[in-house]
Design a protein around this ligand. Structure first.
Ligand code: SAM
Ligand code: TMP
Ligand code: ZN
Length: 413
C-alpha cells in the first residue's frame, strides 16, 4: 500500500517559498509502525526527501503523512526508556519551577507529553499542568503517574478549549514534537490563544547544525517534518507574531536546541543568540549548495555500512542491532538492510518487542535475551544512548563483542 499524500508541490509549508531538494531517501515505511509478522505484507510506504526553502530557509520534508498514520493509540515510542532523558527533563522541569512558575497558581501545558517524562516533575511539585498527546497508550502511562493529560492533537481549537477550562498558560513546553507538526500555523494560533501575556513558549528539538556536521542523516524520517536551525526558527516565530528570545544548545539526541519564544518585547533577548547565528552562517545552514554536500557523506555511509555487514556475513560472523529507533527505519530501508545482514534488533520497549521493524522486518527482541545468545557484532542504532547502553551491556563487550557505529562515519568500537 502507498500512503496517499498530496502531490509534492515543493513549496514551503510555512511561507510558500520555493523548496529545493537536498536529498532523496526513496521509499520508506512509517518509522514507528512496528508490524506484527502476520501484517507485514500490508505496510504503508511513502517517499522521503528533504529540501530547503529559499525564502525562510526552513528545511522540510517533501511529502506529508496524515498525522493519524504516525500518532495513534498504539504509537510505541516511550520517552522514559532512557535514564539520560529522564534526568534531562527532571532537570529542566526543576529549573522551570524555580524560575518561571513562581506566581500564585502557575499553569503549564506540554504539547506531546508522551509518557509524562517531563510533567512528572511538574506534577510532583504540585504545579497545575496539562499534557496534550494523541498517542493514547503513552498518555495512559502518563495518567497512571498522576499527570493530567488530554488525548488529542494540539491545535487552535484545542488550545481555545484549554484556555476556557483552565485559563492562560504561564509556560507552554514541547520537546521533540514541534518538528513533527507540519500544520504549524494552527499550533501558533493556538499558542497565541493560550499563552499568558508575559508567558514563555519553550521548545526543544534536534538541531540541523549537528545533523549536518556529524552526518546524522538518520534524524531524517517521516516524523521529523521540519529540521530546525536558528535562522528558520526565527523566521517561523516572527511570521506568527512572536519573538525568539533565547536558544540553548543541548547534547541530547546527538545535538538539539532549546528555543525560548515570547510575545514581542515581553522579554529581553539573550546573548547566546548572536553566537549561534554566526555559527550557522559559518556552517552554511541556509545555503542549499553547502547543505547538498551532506548527500555525499550519506551515500558514503550507506556504501561503507553495507560493505562492512556483507564482509562480516561472508566471514561467518553474526550481527544484530541494538535500539529499534525511529531513526533506524531510515538507515535500514535506505541501505536495504534486512535479516540477511542483521538477524534481529534488541530494544527495551515492550510495545515494540515481538514485532518487526518497519519495512526491513527485523524481529525486535527484549534485551533480556541478548546475553543468552550474544552475536559477534552489534550495530548501535540508538547511538544517542551509547553511554547508557554500553554501560548496561558491558558483559557483551568484555567477552569480545564489538559495536558498529555508522555516524559520523562507519567504524567499529
Ligand atoms: N516529549 C517527548 C520527548 O521529548 O521524549 C515525546 C516525544 S515523541 C517523539 C513525540 C510525541 O508528540 C508523541 O508522543 C506524539 O504522540 C506527540 N504528538 C504528535 N503530534 C502532536 C500534536 N499535534 N499535539 C500533541 N502531541 C503530538
Ligand atoms: P530514541 O533514540 O528515539 O530515543 O530511541 C531509543 C530506542 O532505544 C528506544 O526504542 C528504546 C531503546 N533503548 C534500549 O533498548 N535500551 C536502552 O538502554 C535505551 C536507553 C534505549
Ligand atoms: Zn519558507
Amino acid at each position: 500500500m502507498t500512503l496517499e499524500t498530496p502531490p509534492a508541490t515543493r513549496t514551503c509549508r510555512l511561507c510558500g517559498g520555493a523548496v529545493s531538494e537536498i536529498f532523496d531517501f526513496g521509499r520508506q515505511p512509517v518509522s514507528n509502525a512496528f508490524v506484527k509478522a502476520e501484517e507485514a505484507d500490508g505496510e504503508a510506504f511513502h517517499h522521503l526527501a528533504v529540501g530547503i526553502c529559499s525564502s525562510c530557509s526552513m528545511v522540510q520534508l517533501s511529502d506529508e503523512l496524515p498525522r493519524e498514520a504516525m500518532f495513534h493509540d498504539d504509537y510505541p515510542y516511550r520517552s522514559s526508556e532512557s535514564a539520560l532523558m529522564r534526568r534531562h527533563f527532571e532537570e529542566f522541569a526543576g529549573n522551570l519551577v524555580r524560575t518561571e512558575l513562581t506566581g500564585p497558581d502557575p499553569f503549564v501545558v506540554e504539547i506531546g507529553c508522551n509518557d509524562g517524562i517531563m510533567l512528572k516533575t511538574i506534577s510532583d511539585h504540585g504545579v497545575r499542568h496539562l499534557g496534550v498527546d494523541p498517542s493514547r497508550g503513552a498518555a495512559e502511562t502518563a495518567a497512571a503517574k498522576g499527570i493530567d493529560v488530554r488525548v488529542d492533537f494540539f491545535e487552535e481549537s484545542v488550545a481555545r478549549e484549554i484556555r476556557q477550562a483552565h485559563g492562560r498558560a504561564d509556560v507552554i513546553f514541547s520537546a521533540n514534537t514541534f518538528s513533527h507538526i507540519s500544520y504549524i500555523d494552527s499550533i501558533f494560533r493556538g499558542i497565541d490563544e493560550l499563552l499568558a501575556e508575559d508567558g514563555l513558549f519553550v521548545f526543544e528539538d534536534r538541531y540541523l547544525g549537528d545533523i549536518v556536521e556529524k552526518n546524522y542523516f538518520d534524524q531524517i524520517y517521516d516524523e521529523h517534518f521540519y529540521l530546525f536551525s536558528l535562522h528558520s526558527v526565527r523566521a517561523m516565530v516572527e511570521r506568527f507574531g512572536f519573538e525568539l528570545v533565547d536558544a540553548q544548545r543541548l547534547a541530547v539526541h546527538g545535538g538539539a536546541v532549546r528555543y525560548s519564544v515570547a510575545r514581542p518585547v515581553a522579554r529581553k533577548p539573550g546573548t547566546a543568540l548572536a553566537r549561534l547565528f554566526a555559527h550557522e552562517r559559518d556552517l552554511g545552514l541556509t545555503d542549499r549548495v553547502k547543505l547538498a554536500r551532506f548527500g555525499v557523506n550519506i551515500r558514503r555511509i550507506r556504501h561503507d555500512l553495507v560493505a562492512l555487514l556483507t564482509e562480516l556475513k561472508a566471514k561467518g560472523f553474526r550481527v544484530a542491532g541494538y535500539g529499534a529507533t525511529s531513526k533506524s527505519a531510515t538507515v535500514l530501508n535506505y541501505c536495504g538492510i534486512g535479516m540477511d545482514l542483521v538477524e534481529c534488533v534488541y530494544d527495551s520497549t515492550p510495545e515494540k518487542q515481538g514485532r518487526l521493524t518497519p519495512g526491513s522486518h527485523l524481529p525486535v527482541v527484549a534485551p533480556e535475551r541478548f546475553a543468552a545468545d550474544y552475536p559477534d557484532y552489534v550495530v548501535l542504532f540508538a547511538w544517542n544512548h551509547a553511554e547508557e547502553i554500553l554501560a548496561k551491556e558491558q558483559a557483551f563487550t568484555a567477552q569480545g563483542g564489538r559495536w558498529i557505529l555508522y555516524v559520523p562515519d562507519v567504524h567499529v568500537l
